[in-house]
Every structure is written in C-alpha cells, then in structure tokens.
Ligand binder design. Structure first.
Ligand SMILES: [Ca+2]
Length: 166
C-alpha cells in the first residue's frame, strides 16, 4: 500500500496528543493497528514518520526531519512486500526492510487524528493506494501538485492556487 499527503504545519510542534510531543497523526489506519503517517516529537530529527504493523516497524527512526511551519511539503509512505519507503517532496528519504503481513481487517481510517492525537496544521490531497508506488510514480504524484486533472475553472484549480500562494 501507499499513502500520500500534502501537509503544512502550524508550528514547530504541530501536535495535540496524549503524551508530550506525540502523536500528530496526518493519516492513519489505527483501529486494527495497521499504519500511520504522523508527526512524533519524541524522535528528534525524524519527526515526520511512517510506522507500520506488525510491531510498529519504523517507530523511532523511520522519519524525516520536521517540516518548517507554514510551508507545504509532500510526504509518502510505501509498503512493499519486503521493504518500506518514505518519500518527501518526491524524493526518497528512507528505506528499510519490512516484515509483514499487515493486518487488513479494519474499518476505520482517519485523516488528521487518531486515538493518540492529531496533527495541528493543514492536510490536503490525501491519497491511499492499494499498491506500492514506484519512485517514479511518487515523483509524478508530487509534481501534479494537487492539480492532477481538468485544470480549468475547477475547485481543485482554485484550491491549488490558494495552496501555492499560502
Ligand atoms: Ca515514533
């Protein structure tokens, strides 16, 4: 699977969580403990993390440095058969071995919040795929910049303009 989102943090600690610094969920499947793309202030220098079950692989080390507040960044987590990947702004940030399989029986997926906290900022263009995106596909999603289709006089266009001028 793959999960992509544009995020814009409100502050240097964009999290309203249940423990200090954690957990700023951007998008996650947590009811069956599947995966989470989130901010975790407990992981200095690797706050923008992607963690995956079983065993919350990636927790405490599979992340990118926290994003500057007020700036848009694109973040993508990918789970393949035996590897997991983290991309930021279209470029590979991290990769490591993945030992699955992930649980798939859940019904609850949340954007911006999970039981252990939420992300404080703006989240846009969340995409979830039932396949592992290739590096080239991640780049294409990043370069689409929220304008993948029908760019004339559409709400997506207007929003894209607002976003790029924010
Ligand atoms: Ca963590």
């Amino acid at each position: 699977m793959s999960v992509a989102a544009w995020v814009n943090a409100d502050s240097d600690s964009p999290v309203k969580g249940v423990v200090a610094g954690c957990c700023g969920t951007i998008v996650a499947q947590r009811d069956v403990n599947g995966w989470a793309l989130r901010f975790d202030g407990r992981n200095a220098g690797q706050e923008m993390e992607f963690i995956v079950q079983p065993g919350w692989q990636g927790d405490g080390g599979f992340g990118a440095p926290q994003f500057d507040k007020g700036k848009w960044h694109h973040i993508v987590g990918v789970v393949a058969d035996k590897e997991m990947f983290l991309y930021v702004d279209g470029k590979l940030e991290k990769e490591q071995n993945y030992n699955g399989p992930m649980s798939t029986g859940g019904s609850e997926m949340e954007i911006g919040h999970a039981s252990d906290g939420g992300f404080v900022g703006i989240i846009d263009e969340v995409l979830i795929y039932n396949k592992a995106l290739s590096a080239n596909e991640v780049k294409q999603v990043f370069e689409a910049n929220g304008l993948p289709v029908q760019p004339q006089n559409k709400l997506a266009t207007r929003w894209g303009q607002i976003k790029t001028s924010f």
